[in-house]
Design a binder for this molecule. Structure first.
Ligand SMILES: Nc1nc2c(c(=O)[nH]1)N[C@@H](CN(C=O)c1ccc(C(=O)N[C@@H](CCC(=O)O)C(=O)O)cc1)CN2
Length: 295
């Protein structure tokens, strides 16, 4: 078997084309959506992700506001920049790029963001809304990577009703929120949250119809622990030394030969990453539409 590729680049391009039309409608009404980013420190990976977010903004007509602080910035300095973005009418949504330097309390930083401008959907109020009022449509920003994972599965008609879904990783951007969102959208999916400390991980993986691997451990999922026909989405990122180039290389959680047994596979790169970026823009446009009374 050779897996159907869950092509995040193609799906993200379609989402961005739709957003460009919606931004044009907003602009015609005098509303210009604006994404703010707060980047603290000089991590090249984070700088590159933030750069990508602003290129995406330019593509769909969203204005960009960039805040950059040195790695020595204090908690108070970061929170002061957040307060300014909260108050800035040109900024309709913003994010603080994670991870933050050691010594900064990321929870306090996330809590300082106005929940209505929380483009990452990671404010406690917005995460809490995933738990409450389960029979109502969610009208607040949603966490981007979980939303991207579910969108990619739905676009390819991967069955989720009654599916056994194993999420690998307990981080705040993917592992913890994805079960909350998935069971809102597909109440009959059974979601198991596993991690590097899970006993008998292999048994959980072998039972799964869908695996979302976000543990950040290179090659953790191998073809031996994947059920034939399962959907496997590689969201993990780790840097591994590459003998050939003498440099560190970005590597996912899923071994490449898993594609020989899986039914669907979201590769890394080219799978969920581009969806994370596209859904961030979606959150910004949706916030602007809500503020303009269009939703
Ligand atoms: N505030 C946030 N910080 C972080 C998030 C987040 O969602 N919000 N997620 C990650 C980083 N991230 C976005 O910020 C992100 C990571 C990867 C990609 C992506 O498109 N990756 C490409 C490959 C890129 C490469 O080769 O360097 C892909 O998968 O094809 C987008 C966004 C942590 N921080």
């Amino acid at each position: 078997m050779s897996a159907v590729v869950l092509d995040g680049r193609a799906a993200a391009a379609a989402i961005k084309a739709d957003l460009a039309e919606r931004v044009a409608v907003l602009r015609a009404r005098g509303v210009v959506p604006g994404l703010g980013t707060v980047l603290v420190g000089d991590d090249p990976g984070s700088a590159s992700y933030v750069g990508g977010k602003h290129r995406d903004c330019a593509e769909v007509g969203i204005a960009s506001i960039r805040v950059e602080l040195p790695a020595t910035a204090t908690q108070a300095e970061i929170e002061s920049e957040i307060a300014q973005l909260n108050a800035d009418p040109a900024c309709t949504g913003f994010i603080v790029q994670l991870p933050l330097p050691a010594g900064i309390d990321a929870n306090r930083v996330l809590e300082a963001v106005d929940p209505d401008k929380d483009a990452d959907g990671l404010h406690p109020t917005n995460l809490g809304r995933l738990v409450l009022r389960v029979r109502e449509e969610i009208t607040s920003p949603l966490p981007c990577t979980p939303r991207g994972v579910i969108d990619l599965l739905q676009r390819h008609d991967v069955p989720l009703d009654g599916a056994e879904v194993v999420v690998l990783g307990r981080g705040v951007t993917v592992g913890r929120p994805i079960g909350l969102l998935l069971t809102r959208r597909h109440p009959n999916a059974t979601v198991t949250l596993c991690h590097t400390g899970t006993k008998d991980l292999d048994e959980h993986l072998k039972r799964a119809d869908v695996i979302v691997a976000a543990a950040g451990v290179a090659g953790l999922v191998t073809r031996e622990n994947v059920k034939p026909g399962a959907a496997v989405l590689d969201v993990g990122v780790s840097r591994v030394f590459d003998e050939a180039s003498g440099k560190n290389k970005l590597t996912g959680d899923v071994a490449l030969d898993v594609a020989e047994v899986a039914g669907f596979m979201a590769p890394n790169p080219g799978g969920v990453g581009p969806m994370t970026r596209a859904l961030l823009l979606t959150n910004v446009v949706e916030s602007a539409e809500r503020a303009a009374g269009l939703r």
